[in-house]
Every structure is written in structure tokens, then in C-alpha cells.
Ligand binder design. Structure first.
Ligand SMILES: [Zn+2]
Length: 194
């Protein structure tokens, strides 16, 4: 049986959506990731190993790393190898760059990548009722080492042995605007083809 530690999430065929919505705690940047239709593996193990929780539990912050790489968000889950690349709208990226809270939702069941607002709403309602969804929150401002901020160490594993390739930007909080850093990663750590 596949365990999440052996599972390279970059090998999975996934669908993803991002949107911003108001919640009792203010505006939140949501990101939903599900298996794409036709992907037979479900994401339960990945979500549970990453420390996400079902909706009736308090929303955890298990250390999900999100970096912005051009128009995409790179999502790194605890205890899973590889990065999930999620196309994100510029408003979404701007909001999280300013320190906005990201709530990641991982659904067990497939949803077609073409699903619109109504399809996503229906999916979420059904997934919450059947507890087939796991949630966790994060922001772009994760704790990185100085070497990781300077792009001299891999943003995923923290090691500095070559080869390192550019992996977009990470942000750390400052009293003013968040500070952007050009980060790097091992192609293998991102699960991309080298
Ligand atoms: Zn690495």
C-alpha cells in the first residue's frame, strides 16, 4: 500500500481552484485540491499525513509551505514529496502576498478541472457532509532559514547541494510590506522532470 511519505504528489493528476471569500474571521484565500477525474488514488492519506483536519475539528496550521512562482502557487505538504503547482489568479496572489490567510482544502473524491462555481459549491457541500475533505491554514510567511531566503538552500529540504533551480518567491513578514525572496529548490524535491 502506498504511504504518503512515498507518494510524490507531483505524480498525481490533480484539479485545483483558488478563490477569496469572506468568513467570520475576515477575508480568506481558499485553495481546493482534489484528484482530477480519472485519478484513481484518493488524497485521504496525503491530507491526513500532512496534518490537515476534517471540518468539524479546529482548523490546524500544520506547516504547509506555499511559494509564488510567476502565475502559479507551489504548495509543499508536510510528509509528502513533491510540490503541487496550482495556477492562481493575480488577485489571489496579491492577497496572500500581503499576508492574507490561506485555507487549503483537500478533497478525497475527484472533481473535474472544468467545474465552475456551482460545481465547486456542490462538491464542498457534499464533501463536508460526508467528511471527505481535510483543511489546514497557512500564510506565505513561513519560517525559512537565511540560506533558503537567499536561494542558497532548497526551499523544500533545506540542503544546499547542487543542482538548485529557481522556484519562485517566498515571503517573510516585516513591520511594513512583506519581504519577497527569490528562492530555489532541487528539481527532484519539486517532483518536476529534470
Ligand atoms: Zn531539496
Amino acid at each position: 500500500m502506498l504511504t504518503a511519505a512515498e507518494l510524490n504528489v507531483a505524480d498525481l493528476s490533480l484539479s485545483a481552484w483558488t478563490w477569496i471569500d469572506s468568513t467570520p474571521d475576515g477575508l480568506v484565500a481558499f485553495m481546493l485540491i482534489t484528484p482530477a477525474s480519472g485519478e484513481r488514488r484518493d488524497l485521504r492519506q496525503v491530507a491526513v499525513a500532512a496534518g490537515l483536519a476534517t471540518p468539524e475539528l479546529p482548523l490546524p496550521a500544520p506547516g504547509i509551505l506555499v511559494a509564488l512562482a510567476d502565475a502559479d502557487a507551489l504548495v509543499l505538504l508536510p510528509n509528502a514529496s513533491g510540490a503541487i503547482r496550482v495556477p492562481s489568479a493575480s488577485e489571489w496572489a496579491d492577497f496572500v502576498r500581503r499576508g492574507g490567510v490561506i485555507t487549503l482544502l483537500i478533497g478525497a473524491r475527484p472533481l473535474d478541472a472544468g467545474a465552475g462555481l456551482v460545481g465547486v459549491d456542490e462538491y464542498l457541500m457534499r464533501a463536508v457532509l460526508s467528511r471527505q475533505i481535510w483543511l489546514g491554514k497557512t500564510t506565505l510567511a513561513a519560517e525559512y532559514s537565511a540560506k533558503q531566503c537567499r536561494g542558497e538552500a532548497c526551499i523544500v529540504c533545506g540542503h544546499s547541494d547542487p543542482p538548485l533551480a529557481p522556484a519562485g518567491h517566498a515571503y517573510t513578514p516585516t513591520p511594513g510590506a512583506p519581504l519577497g525572496w527569490a528562492i530555489a529548490a532541487h528539481p527532484d524535491c519539486l517532483g518536476s522532470e529534470s
